[in-house]
Ligand binder design. Structure first.
Ligand SMILES: [Zn+2]
Length: 245
């Protein structure tokens, strides 16, 4: 518990320090119609901000997120096919490796999030999870465990956030207030936005999911597309929830 208090303080300190992450370049099509981020983000040599064990692997237009706690690691989303080595670089930079990853959560079935199951290193032997509404539609030779709203994975809470896809899930780390939002939220297109309407299965459900996320005690938002929001995240989320329809 004490560690969490310390890391929370670090998280708050990190809030003003800007972009986190491992800058890695990849150019492929996205499930978001927004342009890729301008490459003014962090150079690879820039030290990462401390998000209480969370690290972003920035694959240009889409991100994976790593959580290192003790000797174990979790990964949320896998990028496009054959992103295994890029994620390995992020794990290495964070002092871990694929052999330490025990949990991989896939927020939804789109190929820029679930595609990385293809070409994944044989060193990776985690349990794979996806929302029960999407899990059966993810094509892979790896077994995917369907999870329900409220399921605990490595101390992280599964939050069903349908709309972008019908089985989309987000991950909430309540110990730090870190929300890994998949494509339920994005920071491309200026400020915090909901699911890109051009790539949303059900807009009304997506709006309802934003309102649901706004009920959480959120301190930082880690979206699939765009930079992490580590300052003013709760205010931005409440504002979005009150205006989205
Ligand atoms: Zn998507």
């Amino acid at each position: 518990m004490r560690d969490y208090l310390l890391t929370r303080r670090k998280l708050l300190v990190a809030a003003g320090s800007g972009v986190l992450g491992v800058a890695l370049v990849n150019t492929v099509t996205a499930c978001s119609s927004d342009s890729p981020e301008t490459p003014s983000a962090a150079p690879a040599s820039q030290p990462e901000a401390d998000l209480g064990g969370w690290t972003r692997v920035n694959m240009s237009f889409v991100s994976a997120y790593l959580l290192i706690r003790g000797d174990e690691a979790a990964v949320v989303d896998l990028g496009v096919a054959n992103s295994s080595d890029q994620i390995a670089e992020g794990l290495k930079a964070a002092g871990s490796g694929w052999n330490k990853v025990k949990h991989v959560v896939i927020t939804h079935l789109h190929p820029d999030h679930a595609g990385g199951l293809e070409g994944l290193t044989a060193d990776a032997k985690p349990t794979f999870y996806a929302g029960e509404g999407d899990a059966a539609s993810i094509i892979s030779d790896r077994e995917i465990t369907p999870v329900k709203d409220g399921t605990d994975i490595f101390g992280l809470r599964v939050v069903n956030t349908p709309g972008h896809t019908l089985g989309h899930i987000s991950i909430f780390d309540s110990s730090l207030g870190v929300l890994v939002a998949g494509d339920a939220l994005r920071t491309t297109g200026g400020g915090l936005n909901g699911s890109d309407p051009a790539n949303t299965a059900d807009l009304a459900q997506a709006a309802e999911s934003v309102r649901k996320l706004a009920t959480l005690d959120v301190k930082a938002i880690l979206p699939g597309h765009g930079a992490p929001l580590t300052s003013g995240a709760a205010d931005a989320l409440h504002k979005l929830a009150s205006t989205i329809s």
